[in-house]
Each structure stands twice: as structure tokens, then as C-alpha cells.
Write a protein that binds this ligand. Structure first.
Ligand code: GDP
Length: 302
């Protein structure tokens, strides 16, 4: 919980004061109250559609429960935000194979924090007692392979790699076999994130997907799309692009520590109907947290 509070401090600073002020200053729930709340939420990048939906739901509650004092509405707002964010306990957790090898495919645009996230995730899984292997599936950039090696060393896990320019699907094929041979618990596959040629990239990702599925029929257990929370609505565009084309099952939102607009998590959750599985709250190896909608909202409001 503290990690959440610390990591979300920018959003908190920008948001909580305003909300507190609104709920204590206003003495009744009128149009001016709703308008101000709307403004605050939009300012935090919660997204216009979500804000309108939320305000509508609050109006219904106010009528139904005959609420007059804004203070009484505050816990209901928190409750509604948690509701909007959560896809239920189950979907927020990373899926794993019932037994045998679990495979995660990690996709996203260059620079969003994909490599860092893979390193952090490897570290987390190792701390949970799992054995982990990484696959350097971004063969487009030499630097990507090197970066993954660096994170592999930090986390103390091996990286299966080939040279720059080699077929990414072949690297993944090798990695799946190595993972099986070594009896590894979790294989995490990096992929390319160049956007100059979207069609080509989507085809590449689909080929990787098919190779994995052919080797392990129920895999990949998750296709995680990494998004940079500081890019706001841009992140939403990327979510739409990848979500439609690559069978994404969950989102990882990075750099939440670097934005005052953490409400983007709520917007993306709503627009994409994809669960947020994890959030990045810093650059260090232990700055990746499993997402918990209740903790998230509490970190913002309490
Ligand atoms: P990739 O191109 O998607 O693989 O991106 P990288 O993993 O290389 O990360 C790009 C930059 O974002 C690096 O400077 C990372 O340290 C930084 N970064 C990644 N995740 C986070 C995060 O959660 N918080 C902060 N503040 N920086 C992050």
C-alpha cells in the first residue's frame, strides 16, 4: 500500500486536495457541485466518457438514497471508482498454467518501459520462488537485446537470444524449447515495438503468438500490453491498436510515478475493457506492483 501511495504521490497531490476541498466546501449537492467534480476528474485524465458515466451513477445514488450532504457522497464516489477499475479479483492476477510452463508475451511501443517491466516481473516471480527465463524477441534493435541482457543479469535470470535481425519467431521457438528442457516455471517473451511499419509488426506478433500456441496449446497465458501512463490519451490509442490486433489479455501501466494524471488508468480500463494487471511506479527493480483497484483508489483518496 505504501508503494502505491509513494508512487502515486504526483496524482495524489494534484487530485486529493481538490476532491477534499470540494467535499468540505460545498454544502449541498447541486449542479455546481457536479460540474466541479466533473472538472476535477477530467483534469486527472479519467476520460470524458467515464466521467459522464460516473456522474450519472452518482446522481442516481443521490436520488435513491436521498443524500443531501456532499460528505455522504464521498465514500460512494470511492466505491464507484473501485467498481469502474476492477475486473474482479481473478482478472487482476496474472494467469498461470495449472502445471508446467507458463508463458507471457509482452507487447508495446518502444520506450514505454517494456524491457524494464520484463526485468521487474522476472525479479518478482523469482522472489515468489519461481524459475524464470527471458526471450529476446525484439531482434529489430541490437540495443533491445543488450538491454534485456542487463535486466536479466539484474534479476538473475537467463536470456535466450540470437543476433540482431534474426527471425523473432525463431528466437521464441528456441526459448520455449529451452524453457521446457530446463523445466522453467515462467518464460517471458519480449517483442519488438517499432511503429514505423504497423502492419508488419502486427504480423510478426501474430506469428510469435502462433509459434507459442503450437508448442504449448494453452499459451500464451497472458499477452501483456505495456503502456506509458505519462502519454495520456496516446496510451489509449496504442491500447486500441494493439488490443484489436494482438489478442491482448491484460495491461501494464508504467511510469505512474511520473504523472499527475493517474486517472488515465480508469479511462483505459473503461475504454478497453481489459484488466490492468500491474503498474510501474519507478525505475528500480522492485517498482512493479500487482494492480489492486481498491488499493489504487485508496492511495488516491485516503
Ligand atoms: P522499452 O523501449 O519499452 O523497452 O522501454 P525501457 O524499458 O527501456 O524504458 C524506457 C525508460 O522508461 C527507461 O528510462 C526506464 O527507466 C523508464 N521506466 C520504465 N518504467 C518506469 C516506471 O514505472 N517509472 C519510471 N519513472 N520510469 C520508468
Amino acid at each position: 500500500t505504501n508503494k502505491f501511495k509513494e508512487g502515486l504521490s504526483k496524482t495524489r497531490d494534484a487530485f486529493v486536495g481538490k476532491v477534499e476541498d470540494l467535499f468540505s466546501r460545498r454544502k449541498k449537492i447541486d449542479e455546481a457541485f457536479y460540474e466541479e467534480l466533473e472538472e476535477i476528474l477530467i483534469g486527472a485524465d479519467v476520460g470524458i466518457n467515464t466521467v459522464l458515466k460516473l456522474i450519472d451513477e452518482l446522481r442516481v445514488e443521490v436520488r435513491k438514497r436521498k443524500i443531501e450532504d456532499p460528505k455522504e457522497l464521498r465514500p460512494i464516489l470511492t466505491e464507484k471508482l473501485v467498481e469502474l477499475l476492477s475486473g474482479g479479483e481473478e482478472t487482476e492476477r496474472l494467469k498461470t498454467a495449472p502445471d508446467g510452463l507458463t508463458i507471457y508475451l509482452v507487447v508495446g511501443v518502444n520506450g514505454v518501459g517494456k524491457t524494464t517491466t520484463i526485468g521487474k516481473l522476472a525479479h518478482r516471480l523469482k522472489q515468489d520462488g519461481k524459475s524464470v527465463l527471458l526471450a529476446a524477441g525484439d531482434t529489430f534493435r541490437a540495443a533491445a537485446i543488450e538491454q534485456l541482457e542487463v535486466w536479466g543479469q539484474r534479476a538473475g535470470v537467463d536470456v535466450i537470444r540470437q543476433g540482431q535481425g534474426s527471425d523473432p519467431a525463431a528466437v521464441i521457438f528456441d526459448a520455449v524449447h529451452a524453457a521446457k528442457q530446463r523445466n522453467v516455471d515462467v518464460l517471458i517473451c519480449d517483442t519488438a515495438g517499432r511503429l514505423q511499419n504497423k502492419v508488419n509488426l502486427m504480423e510478426e506478433l501474430n506469428k510469435i503468438f502462433r509459434v507459442i500456441r503450437r508448442e504449448v496449446p494453452e499459451a500464451p497465458h497472458e499477452v501483456l500490453l505495456v503502456l506509458d501512463a505519462t502519454t495520456g490519451q496516446n496510451a489509449l490509442q496504442q491500447a486500441k491498436l494493439f488490443g484489436e490486433k494482438t489478442g491482448v489479455t491484460g495491461l501494464v501501466l508504467t511510469k505512474l510515478d511520473g504523472t499527475a494524471k493517474g486517472g488515465i488508468v480508469i479511462a483505459i480500463r473503461q475504454e478497453m475493457e481489459l484488466p490492468v494487471k500491474m503498474v510501474g511506479l519507478g525505475e528500480k527493480i522492485d517498482d512493479l506492483q500487482p494492480f489492486d483497484s481498491e488499493q489504487f483508489v485508496n492511495a488516491l483518496f485516503l
